[in-house]
Every structure is written in structure tokens, then in C-alpha cells.
Design a protein around this ligand. Structure first.
Ligand code: SAM
Ligand code: DTB
Ligand code: SF4
Length: 347
């Protein structure tokens, strides 16, 4: 019998667990290609070294300005260029936003994420959103907004207002990005991410699988994330929500196992970041989601709506958490004890 070399003796495996921003593309590809059992073993090992493996952070999304977006992102229901049948809505008022935030808090969310269909916000819009951020923070929740491209000054204003996270996704590899979006460049995305980082905001940055990308695109996408000057504190991995009328409607879906592999490699590349199992859970079995948690995903969007598309209903998620013995992470300082919350049901 020929002598086999232990996979654990491989220099790449031996280095797993340390926080690095100098990953090589070949290393990312080697991780994506590991035998599935080895990949999950290492991802779970690194996950346990940094997080409670039975705890998941809960965020809730609200679209505060819907549709009529001038950008041409080929996946998006909100672009003005595609006939998706979406009803556009102007910026919500403060009362409506706070009402939704209270409900999300009562349901166990500790972070409230507000999304707007802008290319970039105008000062008047930013001023209104800054008031919303302050209001949501007063409820004791963490805040996240996603408003498109920001200048350095806008990022600083958001930081001064107390914003916790700015979401801005790179979506895919640089070369595939050009095929999905023509109205801005990958460098535009990287510039906004840098504006947020230098303003001291926590960065939430990830992407979407199922945009017609190749395995190399997925490796390059993960490599770009993991070689940013600092790892994003939160890394949302979305599966495309296919919207009739968008160019990517009907695109090939990633296999469940390929999706889990990407989650596991994100966990290995960015050991201390929250990896969010984001859009697409309504298309996934409970078993696929369980594998994602095993692979190191530790955050979800909770609530039956994402921005404009569906998400699993709260009862289904509460039951899934219970079956898996997962607790919702408690970081919210003002949870109401009398309300019927996910925390109380499964915490
Ligand atoms: N307009 C801003 C922007 O694009 O930066 C913020 C809102 S936009 C809806 C936020 C993110 O949602 C996008 O960057 C994209 O990654 C994700 N997204 C949009 N449509 C999606 C879909 N159909 N499926 C999965 N993710 C989607
Ligand atoms: C992210 O990565 N996923 C969220 C959040 N950031 C803003 C958005 C998902 C949107 C899914 C499509 C929709 O509901 O319109
Ligand atoms: Fe506009 Fe954002 Fe949708 Fe692109 S993803 S069309 S920028 S709302």
C-alpha cells in the first residue's frame, strides 16, 4: 500500500485559523477543492475557535426606498430598466421605519438593516436617513444601511450619526461584474468600501451566487473579500433571488453543495467575520441551511420579506432553530421581555 500524506500536514491546512489578508488565489482555489468532509471539518474547527457554534446573529431588513433605481444590476427587481412589476415607493417616513424596527426587535432581531434603491444618496436623503439611524439606535438595536455609493464625507456623516454597519457588496469577481452591471465599476465599489473603512464604519460586504459565474469567478470573489485591507466584519453570501423580468431570471442555480463550500471557504478565509446566510433561504431545504451553519454561517435575515422578495416565515425559522439547537445571539440591550420573540421561543 502506498504511503499517504496526511492532509493536515499540508502547509495551507496548518495555517488555517489565523487572520490573514495576504491569501493567494491558488490557496482559495485549493480550499474550494478540498474533499467535502475535510472542508467542513476545518471550517467547523475554525468557527468553534472564534464563535459559539450554536449561536446565530439575527438581522431584519426593510426597504426604506423601493424601486426606480437608475442602475442596471441584472439581478435586481428594483432597476428602472427592467419590467418586474414592482411598485416603486418614495423614502418612508420616520414613523413607518420605527414601527417596523420595533416589530423586528420584538421578534428577536438585534440589527435593523435599511436598504434604499439609490445609485448614491443625495444630501437631503442622507439627512433623513441619519434621523432614522438615530431613531433605530434609540430602540437599542444595531443599525445597518445600504444606500449605494458614498463619498468620504458621507461615510463620515454616517459614522458620526452612530451607524454601526454599511452594506456594500462586490457581488462577484471583477471580470464577471462587468457582465452583470454596466452603470458602475468594480473599482467604484472598492472605493466606497474604503470610504466606509476609513470613516471607522463596520463593513458588511459579500455577494451573490447564481449570477452565471464560473468556479474561478467564485474563487476570485472570495479572494477579493479576504484580501481587502481589513476583512469585512460581516460577509453576506446571497443566492440569487430570481425575479421575472430581470436578465438573470432563469440563470443556472448553484448546487446546494457548491453553496455550502463557498460558505465554508468564507469562514476559513475570514475567521472572525460574521458570515451571513443571506438571500435565497426560501429556496433552500432545512438540511442545506443546517450544512451552512455547520460550515460556519452565523447570521441570517429573519422576517418573511427581504427587500422586495420573500424569505422563510418566522415560524418556520423558529422551528428550524429549535430543531438544530441554535440560539439567537443576544446583543440587543433593550429586548422586551413580554413580547413573543424568537429569543423566547428558541433562546
Ligand atoms: N442600491 C444599493 C446597492 O446596490 O448598493 C443598495 C440596495 S441593493 C438591493 C443591496 C444588495 O442586495 C445588492 O448589492 C445585491 O448584492 C443584493 N441583491 C439585490 N437583488 C438581489 C437578488 N435578486 N438576489 C440576491 N441578492 C440581491
Ligand atoms: C445583502 O447582501 N443581501 C440583502 C442586503 N444585503 C441588503 C439584500 C437581499 C435582497 C434580495 C432581493 C430583494 O429582496 O429585493
Ligand atoms: Fe439599484 Fe442596488 Fe438594485 Fe443595483 S442592486 S439596481 S444599485 S437597488
Amino acid at each position: 500500500m502506498s504511503e499517504t500524506i496526511s492532509a493536515d500536514a499540508h502547509p495551507l491546512i496548518a495555517k488555517l485559523g489565523s487572520v490573514r489578508t495576504d491569501w493567494r488565489l491558488a490557496e482559495v482555489q485549493a480550499l474550494l477543492d478540498l474533499p467535502f468532509a475535510d472542508l467542513i471539518h476545518h471550517a467547523q474547527r475554525v468557527h468553534r475557535a472564534n464563535f459559539d457554534p450554536n449561536e446565530v446573529q439575527i438581522s431584519t431588513l426593510l426597504s426604506i426606498k423601493t424601486g426606480a433605481c437608475p442602475e442596471d444590476c441584472a439581478y435586481c427587481s428594483q432597476s428602472i430598466r427592467f419590467e418586474t412589476g414592482l411598485q416603486s415607493e418614495p423614502l418612508l417616513d420616520m414613523g413607518a421605519v420605527l414601527e417596523k424596527a420595533r416589530v423586528a426587535r420584538a421578534n428577536g432581531a438585534t440589527r435593523f438593516c435599511m436598504g434604499a434603491a439609490y445609485r448614491s444618496p443625495k444630501q437631503k436623503q442622507l439627512d433623513q436617513i441619519i434621523e432614522m439611524i438615530k431613531g433605530v439606535r434609540e430602540l437599542g438595536m444595531e443599525t445597518c444601511v445600504t444606500l449605494g455609493m458614498l463619498t468620504d464625507d458621507q461615510a463620515r456623516q454616517l459614522k458620526a450619526a452612530g451607524l454601526d454597519y454599511y452594506n456594500h457588496n462586490i457581488d462577484t469577481s471583477e471580470s464577471h461584474y462587468k457582465k452583470v452591471i454596466t452603470t458602475r465599476t468594480y473599482q467604484d465599489r472598492l472605493d466606497t468600501l474604503e470610504a466606509c473603512r476609513s470613516a471607522g464604519l463596520n463593513v458588511c460586504c459579500g455577494g451573490i451566487l447564481g449570477l452565471g459565474e464560473t468556479p474561478l469567478d467564485r474563487a476570485q470573489f472570495l479572494h477579493t473579500l479576504a484580501t481587502l485591507p481589513e476583512h469585512p466584519q460581516s460577509v453576506p453570501i446571497n443566492q440569487l433571488m430570481q425575479v421575472p423580468g430581470t436578465p438573470l431570471y432563469g440563470a443556472e442555480k448553484p448546487s446546494a453543495l457548491d453553496f455550502v463550500r463557498v460558505i465554508a471557504v468564507a469562514r476559513l478565509l475570514m475567521p472572525r467575520s460574521y458570515v451571513r446566510l443571506s438571500a435565497g433561504r426560501s429556496d433552500m431545504s432545512d438540511e442545506t441551511q443546517a450544512l451552512c451553519f455547520l460550515a460556519g454561517a452565523n447570521s441570517i435575515f429573519y422576517g418573511d420579506k427581504l427587500l422586495t422578495t420573500e424569505n422563510p416565515d418566522e415560524n418556520h425559522d423558529a422551528a428550524l432553530f429549535e430543531r438544530l439547537g441554535i440560539r439567537a445571539q443576544r446583543t440587543c440591550n433593550e429586548l422586551s421581555s413580554s413580547e413573543h420573540s424568537l429569543q423566547e421561543r428558541v433562546g
